[in-house]
Design a protein around this ligand. Structure first.
Ligand code: IMP
Length: 177
């Protein structure tokens, strides 16, 4: 498949994503049965994952959205842009929802901000994680799939604004293939 001038091939199909999210939902439900979690979904990328994950969790929850970005096209800028102001988190059990943890820069900055507000606990739920690209120490409690350090699109993830609506996840084909 072609997006802009890049070629992608299917990497994780929608059925596989669906089953993995069901498992994650069950796990979160068990872990938070006695405490009402406040989910913070980091936009834009995590909107599809957040919508599907939350509907697999059958306990009372709250959800809040925040818009942050650290990517320019296909490159991590190392800088996080966006309004990090959120409501009162004191004493709350927070679960941050990300589409993908790549260098970890976005979450590193965001967690620092959240922790200033004395939440009772903070956990991370990410659909994808590229362990080889990680540059910050992060404890990732709920990970859908660990993937290699190659660019992916679909299921909320974009390349220069396109591809978020794709049901499956596609991986960039390397130029030498
Ligand atoms: P990090 O701050 O480097 O961990 O990057 C996190 C953000 O970069 C994600 O929320 C995505 O928006 C974006 N990102 C990282 N890797 C990819 C990718 O392979 N495809 C699309 N977006 C990505």
């Amino acid at each position: 498949m072609q997006i802009h001038d890049k070629t992608f091939s299917i990497y994780i199909n929608s059925k596989t994503i669906k089953y993995r999210i069901k498992d994650l939902g069950r796990e979160i439900e068990e872990d938070y049965r006695t405490r009402k979690p406040l989910f913070i979904s980091i936009l834009n990328g995590s909107f599809v994952f957040a919508a599907d994950l939350l509907r697999e969790i059958n306990i009372p929850v709250e959800i809040f959205f925040i818009k942050l970005s650290s990517y320019d096209g296909m490159v991590s800028t190392g800088e996080v842009k966006g309004d990090m102001e959120i409501g009162n988190l004191e004493g709350r059990h927070i679960i941050v929802i990300e589409d993908i943890v790549d260098t970890g820069t976005t979450l590193h900055h965001f967690l620092k901000k959240i922790k200033e507000q004395n939440p009772k606990s903070v956990a991370i739920a990410t659909l994808l994680h590229k362990p080889e690209a990680l540059k910050h120490k992060l404890s990732l409690k709920y990970v859908g799939f660990n993937i290699p350090d190659k660019f992916v699109v679909g299921y909320g993830l974009d390349i220069d604004g396109e591809g978020r609506n794709l049901k499956d996840i596609y991986q960039l084909k390397s130029e030498v293939e």
